[in-house]
Write a protein that binds this ligand. Structure first.
Ligand SMILES: [Zn+2]
Ligand SMILES: [Zn+2]
Length: 333
């Protein structure tokens, strides 16, 4: 099969992904073999390709927002029929036995596998995944619209939940890429007012198009104090500015897997019971809950399509803020 393989992490400008022929995988017991239709691109893929996340499998095929059709089921895998349309997300598998899993916190599992990082992902014509960690895709979405929901969507949704935001309140978004452009649609559905801070003028326009009350530069102060805010951009220097925009008791959620160092903070920015918290991965329940809400709204993702052979170019565009909405690799039919 054709795949984009990462042998050594390197700056995306040097095109580290090699578009080559590799062995088609076979499903082990409990796994599904999925013919990939689309794989959306996530900033985490960029962190894997450029080595900000230390290599865990080498070489590796990146990609963890995969939509495709089941071609073959491994021994004992009976949850879906052959040909069913499914999605594979970042959480590839957990042990199910550690103290976190037992408490229902499988997103924090001590022994997790991640798609496109510790296991091969969806920048390929085929992928294998455990049937227990695969999602059914609601019919209302086309393949390319559904793919960005599988990480940008699910992680944005978990970030919204952890922010504690309620109907009628004000929520800040810092950075307005793929995750924010989905999360704003959920927030508006919940009657939440969104204030979008982002450096790119096109992204500010997209935020206003999608119903933001206000959009401004990354460090511009929103006109009103916010009940909560979510930082989607991987830039630690945003944290003090975002804290400054919060009302007393407000929550700041950091939505990324990687962030540049956070500068030292004046305690007054945090005092008055403001909270900073990160988001790590998601549970399957988050995914199921989000896909149900997404189909009901329904979420409309804005996508820019690239062929699989141009994954380097797509990641480069993501790095340079040149994607309004989400980039998606179109792989099969
Ligand atoms: Zn576990
Ligand atoms: Zn992701």
């Amino acid at each position: 099969m054709k795949a984009c393989l990462l042998e050594h992490p390197a700056p995306i400008e040097t095109s580290p992904l090699k578009y080559i022929e590799v062995q088609k995988p076979a499903p082990a017991a409990g796994q599904l073999l999925i013919r990939v239709s689309c794989c959306a691109i996530c900033r985490t893929d960029l962190h894997v390709v450029e080595g900000e996340l230390p290599p865990r499998k080498s070489p590796v095929i990146p990609g963890h927002q995969v939509v495709g059709a089941i071609e073959k089921a491994g021994d004992g895998a009976r949850r879906f029929r052959i040909g069913a349309r499914v999605g594979v997300a970042w959480l590839h598998q957990v042990d199910g036995t550690c103290a976190y899993c037992v408490r229902g916190e499988e997103n924090l599992c001590d022994n997790p596998d991640f798609t496109g990082y510790t296991e091969d992902g969806g920048y390929a014509e085929y992928i294998v995944a455990p049937e227990d960690f695969v999602y059914s895709i609601p019919e209302i979405f086309r393949d390319e619209e559904a793919a960005p929901l599988l990480c940008a969507g699910i992680i944005g949704f978990r970030s919204l939940r952890l922010s504690g935001i309620k109907s009628g309140e004000r929520l800040g978004f810092y950075g307005f890429g793929a995750a924010a452009h989905v999360a704003i649609q959920v927030a508006r559905h919940w009657n939440v007012q969104v204030y979008a801070s982002t450096r790119d003028a096109r992204h500010q326009r997209l935020a206003l198009d999608l119903g933001a009350t206000w959009a401004g530069g990354t460090f511009a102060e929103p006109p009103k104090k916010l009940n909560a805010a979510i930082v989607f951009a991987p830039a630690g220097e945003i944290v003090p500015a975002a804290l400054k925009a919060l009302r007393k008791g407000g929550t700041l959620v950091l939505g990324g897997i990687h962030m540049s160092p956070i500068p030292s903070l004046d305690y007054n920015l945090l005092y008055q019971e403001r909270v900073i918290r990160s988001v790590a991965n998601n549970t399957r329940q988050d995914g199921e809950d989000f896909l149900r809400v997404a189909a009901k709204i329904p979420i409309r993702t804005r996508v820019q399509i690239f062929p699989l052979s141009e994954a380097n170019r797509a990641l480069n565009a993501l790095k340079n803020d040149a994607i309004p909405g989400a980039a998606v690799l179109k792989i099969g039919s």
